[in-house]
Design a protein around this ligand. Structure first.
Ligand code: ADP
Ligand code: MG
Length: 699
């Protein structure tokens, strides 16, 4: 970003760093050069412009800065309970101070009776204000007016132990900026700076680390975020343009099978949204260009039938199709569901998973190669090199968030002559801001309408103490002929863990409902056993399904209308939403009951309240994004596309929108960035280019 060699200088050569600290910065923060340091942005700021009085302190205050005098420092307690206490006064009141660590050093250095600037988070005990481990700085001409925003940097324990704290990093930044400031090149063209009223790059970098005022800080953030998102979007949009030119796609025109399917076998009429996305997908499949499309649709919106209809188009034209699901249960469900249609239409279909026997496997491989097998449904077993097609025309990836990016690339290579069309389906409603950035190079179709006749799921929150009432409710529903899921939080199925909760739960359910048949499914079971139990539930031979989150994705049992989630506070929002999506698939009124302990953390409460308030997947995804930050939303981290230093997709949606429109407008006018006024942009893009192998295109 900054071409000058100055910014490639090793960090240890910076004044006040040296080999030891330099080494720590390398290993702990991946800061190797001056350029790395200057781009190591604070993640928040403490407002040290204001001073507070002790009388003004209140419970819940984030931090306070107080000018006052230190009195009576005492050592109390013995051994590991030993602590140092002090009294701090400012004429409006007194504050009790406590330290548990560094006592010897503090005793030696604190000056009783001296004036200090104190900073920390106030707490209250029996109405008296207190503070633990406050920062104390002797009052000097420099700090007595207050007046700066202290940047807070991400640090590690190891750094803190070696006294590299936010203040130390800020000092390094100050030392660096003294020399760097005049060397910082502008990286946005003048006309954009003018149009969006952005401050110069050098001022932005200065103020992001050493803000001169709140105003400057605000402008610095705005400028850097805009730049980051602008180039990010420009790159993605450009990739999309490139792809359009680069990759040829099979042209699927004929549609005899489709006609037969629509006229004779389609079990319901499609929703408007389904029709619309099918049209969008068909346009791609007929365009002569390879399709890379993301199909978003909330749980239960009917993505499977859309996928099948698209598969028919490929088969109609002599190609083959496959659909890949993240779990065996789901692959099996797709297989069972699609086989009914395929059989009716006289199309061959097989299932391939990890547990497919050798003999069947060989048959499948042959059928794929000679073209007699048209549809393959499976899990990641599809990815194995031995699975080769005669002519794979369409590849559907269901619930894509479960797959790694590299795995998807393999599918892309399954047709050596002409890449298959790719349709990625996800029920994880990705907030629009995130989708734009993550999938900026994919076309997106959205099913934003549920099939008619669905009643919204009623969601309630119940404490564990009300379990008996909940059991009564379950009984009533089963009497009406419904089925019930009860889910336990064993999140990491792969890890060895205690199944006690699940088993205890299962046993108490068996005891409470002796008159009913109860299934249990969890990740430690053999997949054949899992399937067997699932099938019993699907066939309504069992009324209650006790399960872990293995049932989270995709399972479709329309008669199941009650979802009980135990220890709901332990689940993430996306997971709760997915689980709830298992019910509400039939015409009956469905219910979701979130069971929790009485004690809930703030975030847990927000999650539970959100679930009770809304069934809108997008709204839920937005709250999720606010709570967790975008890096955590499944799969985004590994995608390598979102690599933002300063912009926050959860909060900067507005800037993103503007940046994207701006990038789009520039590329519309000047595809290859050849106009003189775009020279700087082109240079930036070229210098930023990272090795994106072909798979990034479909991630
Ligand atoms: P998801 O989008 O979550 O994968 P599915 O494809 O599993 O949803 O569909 C959920 C249920 O809705 C299935 O039972 C399916 O048969 C049914 N369905 C899909 N489309 C329609 C429609 N247009 N009208 C009525 N039911 C539909
Ligand atoms: Mg599905």
């Amino acid at each position: 970003m900054m071409q000058s060699y100055f910014f490639d200088t090793k960090i240890e050569l910076l004044k006040g760093v040296g080999p030891q600290r330099g080494n720590l910065l390398n290993t702990e923060l991946q800061i190797f050069t001056f350029g790395d340091l200057i781009q190591y942005y604070p993640f928040r700021y403490e407002d040290r412009t204001q001073f507070h009085h002790i009388v003004e302190l209140y419970e819940g205050m984030e931090y306070a800065q107080i000018k006052g005098r230190l009195r009576n420092v005492d050592k109390v307690g013995e051994g590991f309970k030993q602590r140092l206490t002090g009294i701090f006064t400012d004429g409006t009141g007194s504050l009790e101070l406590t330290w548990f660590q560094g006592i010897t050093w503090l005793e030696k250095n604190l000056r009783v009776g001296a004036e200090y600037v104190l900073f920390g988070k106030p707490a209250f005990f029996q109405g008296r204000p207190q503070m633990q481990h406050p920062e104390l700085e002797l009052l000097t001409g420099l700090n007595e007016k207050g007046g700066y925003f202290l940047p807070v940097y991400g640090l590690t324990d190891k750094l803190r132990k070696r006294y590299i704290d936010s203040k130390a990093i800020a000092t390094m930044q100050r030392n660096l900026l003294q020399n760097a400031y005049p060397l910082i090149r502008e990286t946005l063209p003048e006309f954009l700076l003018k149009k969006y009223r952005l401050i110069a790059k050098k001022d932005a970098l200065y103020n992001i680390h050493l803000p001169l005022s709140e105003q400057w800080l605000h402008q610095a953030k705005r400028r850097l975020k805009f730049e980051e998102l602008f180039y990010n979007q420009l790159r993605l949009i450009k990739q999309k343009l490139l792809r359009r030119v680069d990759y040829e796609g099979q042209i699927f025109k004929k549609s005899y099978l489709l006609k037969d399917f629509y006229e004779n076998h389609l079990p319901f009429s499609l929703t408007g949204a389904q029709k619309r996305v099918i049209k969008e997908i068909f346009e791609d499949m007929r365009s002569g260009k390879q399709m890379n499309r993301l199909l978003q649709g909330d749980v239960g919106s009917g993505k499977t039938i859309v996928a099948f209809i698209c598969m028919l188009l490929a088969i109609d034209n002599g190609a083959q199709a496959c659909i890949m699901a993240p779990t065996e249960i789901l692959a099996d469900q797709h297989y069972q569901g699609l086989k009914v249609f395929a059989d009716a239409l006289g199309i061959s279909i097989e299932k391939l998973t990890g547990s497919t026997r050798k003999k069947a496997r060989t048959g499948i491989h042959e059928g794929l190669l000679d073209g007699s097998l048209k549809i393959l449904v499976g899990t990641h077993a599809l990815l194995e090199d031995i699975v080769q097609f005669q002519n794979l025309g369409l590849c559907v990836i269901d619930e894509q968030h479960r797959f790694g990016v590299a795995q998807r690339a393999k599918l892309w290579e399954k047709n050596k002559y002409i890449h298959p069309h790719i349709l990625v389906m996800t029920a994880t409603p990705i907030p629009r801001t995130l989708a734009m950035t993550l999938y900026g190079d994919l076309d997106v179709s959205v099913i934003d309408e549920l099939p008619k006749g669905r009643k919204p799921i009623k969601t309630v929150h119940r404490y564990d103490a009300h379990r008996l009432t909940v059991f009564g409710f379950i009984r009533d529903e089963i009497k009406k002929g419904r089925q019930v899921y009860i889910v336990y939080p064993l999140i990491e199925e792969s890890e060895r863990m205690d199944y006690k909760d699940l088993m205890d739960g299962y046993e108490s359910i068996v005891r409470a409902f002796p008159e009913y048949n109860i299934s249990i499914v969890h990740g430690k079971m053999k997949s054949a056993d899992k399937d067997f139990e699932m099938q019993r539930f699907v066939k309504a031979e069992t009324q209650i399904m006790v399960a872990t989150t293995v049932i989270e994705v995709g399972v479709n049992v329309p008669n199941a209308s009650v979802m009980i989630i135990e220890s709901a506070e332990k689940f993430g929002l996306a997971q709760l939403h997915q689980l709830r999506g298992r019910v509400g698939r039939g015409a009956e009124q469905s219910y979701c009951i979130l069971m929790t302990d009485v004690k809930l953390s703030k975030d847990s409460r927000i999650r539970i309240d959100t679930m009770v308030r809304t069934t809108d997947g997008f709204e839920i995804a937005d709250v999720d994004l606010q709570l967790r930050g975008p890096g955590d939303i499944s799969g985004t981290q590994q995608s390598g596309i979102v690599d933002l230093l300063i912009a926050d997709l959860a909060k900067d949606g507005e800037i993103l929108k503007v940046a994207r429109e701006c990038a789009q407008a520039i590329l519309d006018e000047d595809h290859d960035l050849e106009l003189p006024q775009h020279a700087m942009i082109k240079e930036q893009i070229d210098s930023q280019r990272t090795e994106h192998s072909s798979w990034s295109r479909i991630s």
